[in-house]
Each structure stands twice: as structure tokens, then as C-alpha cells.
Design a binder for this molecule. Structure first.
Ligand code: HEM
Length: 345
């Protein structure tokens, strides 16, 4: 086998066909789930919105040259919208096992973006979930996963037969751990990008780490929507804050670009702070604000070239997020619009 090089992508044969198949299955499933009488059409994944909040993204002063790139180029404060979500394709009870998402949209980011449909927009998105790794290695495996899930036989993706060499035991463990981490307060939980991105010519993963911890209750309140309720109570009186951290790839084999099931060891390459995300005290539950949130679209590809997404699962996301966002907006007959930061609800 050839020795892997740092920061390089290695698309496997058959990837383009697999991506086309994932787009086909995702859009078909969305159309079937949301027949004409079932509106609004929601996202294909991360369906439940636990809250959309306004905040600020403050780039650190005096960053060293290797970090002073893209949106971190100069000390600057960007307004942001942040959407907290569940992970599954259904809107479920908050006590159910699931991952949680935190998607940040920076406003006022100048420069041409990669996303074709928003090339001259002025927003940049960063998406993360509350577990460091993703349970599917590549686009080809994802097709297999989709097919087994459609037949209600998801377990067969992990254990296709009696031969232990065909088992995806590592993926099974990652999948289970990622949904088993019960969150009580989304504002005091850590999130990871799972997947790599460029930072200039190098490769990084990023993470949002809470930096203001208050006395969140130790057990979850008994309500189907307790995550929104805890966040509402928190932001009535207290702000929230996260450090935006990046971790460089320093070993191409142990910190692979093409396998998001592998955690990049923090001891080998520690995370470094590049910005602070501040969420001030606010009320965020008005129906108008929830509709606004529903109509937002996030994509890792709404990005400056300095932050180009890397790896096969990100290459899948380039096509899927665009297709699903376009389809749900079309079926709901609402325009796809990026926020300006001046929204008031
Ligand atoms: C091949 C793998 C993946 C596929 C097919 C996929 C697909 C999707 C789709 C279709 C959406 C909704 C897009 C929209 O309608 O606006 C979405 C949202 C999201 N995805 Fe993924 N995803 C994948 C992997 C990941 C990974 C690895 C992460 C980890 C960071 C992630 C985090 C998120 C988050 C946080 C959202 C919610 C964004 C929002 O709040 O609107 N996804 N995903």
C-alpha cells in the first residue's frame, strides 16, 4: 500500500456513483415522507430544532501565521446564527438516544465561497455534533447503510453475516457511543467537526468547547422537549460561551483524511483556540423565529476556499445538503435566503 501524505485526499473508485445514489435515495425518501398533505417539508436529518440563537464569533487577537487564515485572518467580530438540533430523521423525544448538532453561520464573511449556489454570499457555515467521530467510513459504505436502513435492517449494515471478517464492529461501537451521550444542556456540551477541513494548505478538525459552565442539573427534566426548555431557562438570565478550537493533522496514517471513524488523538496534536462564540441572554422561542430557523440552510461547503471540506463523507455532503435544501424549499414554496444578521423577531 502507498504511504499516505499529509493533507491529501484519496477518493476511492466508485465514489461518484455512490454519491449520486445517496442523493437519489435521500431526495426520494424526503418526497415520500412528506406527501402533499404533510407540510412543512423538513430536513432529511437533524430534523428537530432545539433552538436557533443569535450570537457573536470573535476571532482571537495575535494568532500565529499558521492560524491566521480564512475567517481567522484578522481579529474581527462576526454576527452568527446558531441552530441546535437532534440528529435523526424524525422529530423525537429529547430523552431518546440521538446525537445533537450545533451549526454556526457567520455573517459578513467577504470573499468568494465554494458552494456554487451561494458563491457570492457573505456567510460561512461550521457544522458539528456532540461526538468526535462519525460511524461511516466512506460514500460506498453509506449506500449500504442507507439500503439496510430502508429495509428496517440497519443491524445488517454492521453485521451482514456470520463471518466475523464481514462485521463492522468498530463502526457499530462508534454509532452506539455517539447516540448514548445524554445531553442536559446543549449550551454546556462539546461538539466536534468529525470530518477534516483545510486551513490554508494544511488540514484540521475543529471543535466548539463550552467555556462558561454553570450548575446544570445532573439529570434531565421529564419533558419531551426538555433541551429547548433548559436552553430557554439558561438564556433568560445567563449567557453561554464556547471556544472555537482547531487541531492540525500531524500524522497522515494515524489521523486519516478519508476515515472519519478514527479520532485524531489530542495528545498527539492538541486543539488550539482561534475564536470565541458568545451567546448573550435572549428569548428565542417566537413562532416567527422558529420558522426562520426552519428555513435556514447550513452546508460545510458554504465556505471560503481556505476552509475547503476534505474527505469522502464531506464530498458526499457537498451534493446531498444542496439537493435536500433545494428540494425542501421548493416543496414548501419558500425562497432559499441567507440571513443578514439584522433579523429581529
Ligand atoms: C454522508 C454523511 C452525511 C449526510 C448524507 C448528511 C446529510 C445531511 C442533510 C441532508 C442535512 C439537512 C440539510 C438541509 O436540508 O439544510 C444535514 C444536516 C446536518 N448535518 Fe449532516 N450529513 C452527513 C454527515 C454529517 C456529519 C459527519 C456531521 C458532523 C458534523 C453532520 C452534521 C450535520 C448537522 C449539525 C446538521 C444540521 C444543520 C442545521 O442545523 O440545519 N452531518 N445533514
Amino acid at each position: 500500500m502507498t504511504k499516505l501524505e499529509l493533507y491529501r485526499e484519496y477518493p476511492p473508485p466508485g465514489e461518484d456513483a455512490a454519491i449520486a445514489e445517496i442523493v437519489r435515495i435521500s431526495t426520494e425518501t424526503l418526497r415520500k415522507t412528506y406527501l402533499p398533505d404533510n407540510k412543512p417539508v423538513r430536513r432529511d436529518q437533524h430534523v428537530k430544532d432545539h433552538g436557533c440563537v443569535k450570537g457573536e464569533f470573535i476571532v482571537e487577537d495575535n494568532l500565529p501565521p499558521e492560524l491566521k487564515l480564512g475567517v481567522f485572518k484578522e481579529p474581527k467580530t462576526y454576527p452568527v446564527w446558531i441552530r441546535f438540533s437532534n440528529g435523526f430523521e424524525k422529530s423525537v423525544r429529547d430523552a431518546d438516544k440521538d446525537v445533537r448538532g450545533m451549526a454556526i453561520k457567520l455573517i459578513g464573511v467577504e470573499g468568494e465561497k465554494i458552494l456554487e449556489s451561494d458563491r457570492f454570499g457573505n456567510t460561512q457555515d461550521f457544522l458539528a455534533i456532540n461526538y468526535p467521530t462519525f460511524f461511516i467510513r466512506n460514500a460506498i459504505d453509506y449506500v449500504d447503510f442507507f439500503k439496510q436502513r430502508a429495509n428496517n435492517q440497519m443491524i445488517k449494515f454492521f453485521f451482514p453475516g456470520l463471518n466475523p471478517f464481514s462485521w463492522r464492529l468498530h463502526e457499530f461501537i462508534v454509532a452506539n457511543l455517539s447516540i448514548s451521550n445524554q445531553v442536559i444542556n446543549l449550551l454546556e456540551t462539546r461538539y466536534w467537526s468529525n470530518l477534516p477541513y483545510r486551513l490554508g494548505s494544511r488540514a484540521i478538525k475543529f471543535s466548539f468547547k463550552p467555556s462558561l459552565i454553570t450548575n446544570t442539573p445532573a439529570s434531565a427534566p421529564a419533558s419531551d422537549n426538555y433541551l429547548r426548555e433548559v436552553m430557554t431557562e439558561h438564556l433568560k438570565t445567563k449567557p453561554a460561551q464556547f471556544d472555537f478550537l482547531v487541531q492540525f493533522q500531524t500524522d497522515a496514517e494515524k489521523m486519516p483524511i478519508e476515515d472519519p471513524t478514527i479520532d485524531w488523538d489530542e495528545r498527539q496534536s492538541p486543539f488550539q483556540k482561534v475564536a470565541t462564540i458568545k451567546i448573550p441572554v435572549q428569548e428565542f422561542n417566537s413562532p416567527a423565529q422558529q420558522t426562520f430557523c426552519e428555513n435556514l440552510s447550513f452546508s460545510p461547503w458554504r465556505a471560503l476556499p481556505e476552509h475547503t471540506p476534505l474527505g469522502g463523507i464531506n464530498r458526499v455532503r457537498r451534493k446531498v445538503y444542496e439537493a435536500i435544501s433545494a428540494l425542501r424549499h421548493e416543496l414548501n414554496q419558500v425562497p432559499r435566503q441567507e440571513p443578514t444578521g439584522d433579523e429581529v423577531f
